[in-house]
Ligand binder design. Structure first.
Ligand code: MLT
Length: 384
């Protein structure tokens, strides 16, 4: 590994590029994008979510027997501790769904934690679709359908959610969405937070809850919600003409000149278009090519990239995963943006919990990593 000098200019910059450990599940190459277990995300995007979870857990794709056994294992673990739905009904409706999701995770921890990171990781993976679907349905004031995990991982999620939507189309989208969001190297904010909390030996559920609150912020997981708000605004400003490239260019120029944010672009690590975005744009062509917000998102991708490439100050002028995901979810029947980060969380708990198992039970020859304790340089007043 190339040595990284920690010089003063590296301080207060979000630890960009500073290595902190190993990630055995996924890698984000600045020029090639995300891979899981050595496979580029594009090669995995259409696979069954459970196969990709197996890959993240075992660092290899399953054969027929292995996947059949793993499906059985998840099915065996799929019954949630009793009382979750009643508990969710006691939460204040004005709370953001991500706060509900975090509360639900704490509830599962208080009622179903085994204290064994590996067991809790597998249980959490088995429970996540039901938890997320119930959080969304109950928050919306609707009755979730009784779980049917035998339908399949994302099929069960859509079934419990019980939405007023074309279920086939939504399930197709959710399967890909789930796979794309499972993991993103060890240093993204939610994963790093979850591992930091677990390094103090907090249990899996407390650590994952902390991670999900990291995901909840608009600079991280909530960017998908914010980005669809932005696309809707663009659509309005373009007077419904999502294909109007000249109009889009004028709007983006004005925003850039006013230092207003242009959502859906850039990434802390990537220096090419996020391959997760490319997969979603292709899927949108199949699932909702005529959808007005999807068309606006396509124009944003084309015009925004060309425009930002002309700006020397912009190190990553390409779209990220959030540029497309909201428009697709909306077109496939999930109309309320405030639930989108829960969908990201449903997926990301998989990668984070597997990375927590690695750091607690496998790293450093099985000893695990020590408690996180970076140094901060004192910059307050000096006395005496
Ligand atoms: C993610 O998927 O976690 C985001 O792209 C943010 C990141 O990688 O830092």
């Amino acid at each position: 590994m190339e040595p990284v000098a920690i010089t003063e200019d590296k301080l207060e910059t979000g630890l960009r590029g500073v290595p902190a450990g190993y990630c055995p599940t996924s890698e984000v190459d600045p020029d090639k994008g995300l891979s899981y277990g050595g496979y580029f995300i594009r090669e995995l995007a259409q696979r069954e979510p459970v196969e990709v979870i197996y890959l993240l857990l075992h660092r290899q794709l399953p054969n027929k027997t292995e996947i059949a056994d793993f499906r059985k294992e998840l099915l065996r673990r799929s019954t949630l501790p009793a009382g979750l739905e009643d508990y969710l009904r006691t939460l204040p409706r004005q709370g953001h769904p991500m706060k509900w999701f975090a509360s639900g995770l704490l509830y599962l921890g208080m009622t179903g934690c085994t204290g064994n990171y590996r067991e809790d990781c597998l249980n959490l993976i088995a429970w996540a679709p039901e938890l997320a679907a119930k959080v969304i349905a109950v928050h919306q004031g609707r009755a979730p359908a009784p779980a049917r995990p035998e339908l399949g991982y994302m099929e069960n999620f859509v079934h419990i959610l019980n939405p007023d939507a074309d279920r086939g189309r939504l399930t197709r989208l959710m399967r890909v969405f789930d796979v794309l969001h499972f993991d993103h190297d060890g240093g993204n904010l939610s994963t790093f937070t979850g591992k930091a909390v677990a390094s103090g030996l907090e249990d899996m559920y407390g650590s994952i809850t902390a991670a999900m609150l990291g995901l909840a912020g608009p600079r991280h997981g909530m960017a998908n919600q914010e980005c669809l708000d932005f696309i809707m605004k663009l659509h309005e400003e373009l007077k419904g003409r999502g294909d109007d490239e000249a109009g889009m260019r004028r709007i983006l120029e004005t925003r850039y000149a006013n230092k207003d944010l242009i959502y859906g672009f850039g990434h802390a690590v990537l220096r090419v278009e996020d391959p997760r975005a490319a997969v979603l744009f292709e899927l949108g062509e199949e699932l909702c090519p005529a959808d007005p917000y999807f068309r606006t998102a396509q124009t944003l991708r084309k015009v925004g990239t060309a425009f930002l490439k002309t700006k020397d100050k912009i190190s990553d002028p390409y779209v990220n995963v959030d540029a497309a995901s909201g428009a697709l979810l909306h077109a496939c029947g999930l109309k309320e943006q405030r639930y989108y980060t829960v969908l990201f969380g449903l997926s990301r708990v998989v990668g984070i919990s597997i990375q927590i198992v690695y750091e607690r039970l496998e790293a450093r020859g099985g000893k695990g990593t020590p408690i996180m304790r970076p140094r901060y340089l004192y910059s307050g007043p000096v006395r005496g």
